[in-house]
Design a protein around this ligand. Structure first.
Ligand SMILES: [Fe+2]
Length: 190
């Protein structure tokens, strides 16, 4: 029987159109998926960076990208969308905080929810969802496995009011005003 990584990569490699997000989510949530085995099989991609969270590319085609993302305590992504790529990810170890945002007017978004995902949790997001991912642990690393379909080549990032965002994370108050900019193909960190 193929392992979790083989099933996932087999599905991704056969894609000739955008992945079905529900199917991708189902593969990642399959009861046979074991995080310890995925971490073992993906061990060579578990590379951290002290400056920012690290995006380690496992495989890609026109229709998918598979990344192992490694987050030191306190590291976070930008506030971003996925501009045409659906995304599903699984927490392989650690605690993952996702903050989701909603558009108010052109170029303006505000945070609306903050959720902590434990090891083994799978999250699926549509292409125009706006979110940020963070490792808010004081001491534990976070490793996540991200699938994008089709390959994510451009996306929008949003300027944040750090003080207001911090306030939101603590109190669920919503006040930041955020402006859009577009970014190009993924660097090793962003
Ligand atoms: Fe994302």
């Amino acid at each position: 029987m193929p392992g979790s990584l083989d099933r996932l990569q087999g599905y991704l490699a056969r894609l000739d159109e955008q992945a079905d997000l529900a199917r991708l989510e189902a593969i990642l949530t399959d009861a046979r998926v074991r995080d310890d085995l995925l971490l073992r099989d993906l061990g060579c991609y578990c590379q951290f960076c002290d400056k920012a969270y690290a995006r380690n590319l496992v495989c890609e085609s026109r229709w998918h990208q598979l990344y192992v993302m490694c987050w030191r305590p306190g590291q976070a992504s930008s506030v971003h969308d996925h501009r045409g790529s659906a995304c599903a990810f699984r927490v392989l170890t650690g605690e993952c905080t996702e903050v989701r945002f909603e558009r108010e007017d052109a170029g303006v978004v505000r945070p609306v929810s903050s959720v902590v995902y434990e090891t083994g949790f799978v999250c699926a997001t549509e292409d125009d969802d706006i979110h940020m991912i963070a490792n808010r642990s004081a001491s534990e690393n976070l490793v996540t496995l991200h699938c994008y379909s089709p390959a994510l080549t451009t996306w929008n990032e949003y300027e944040t009011d750090d003080a207001a965002l911090g306030s939101f994370l603590r109190t669920a108050a919503c006040s930041p005003v955020i402006a859009t900019r577009t970014r190009g193909a993924a660097p090793s960190t962003s």
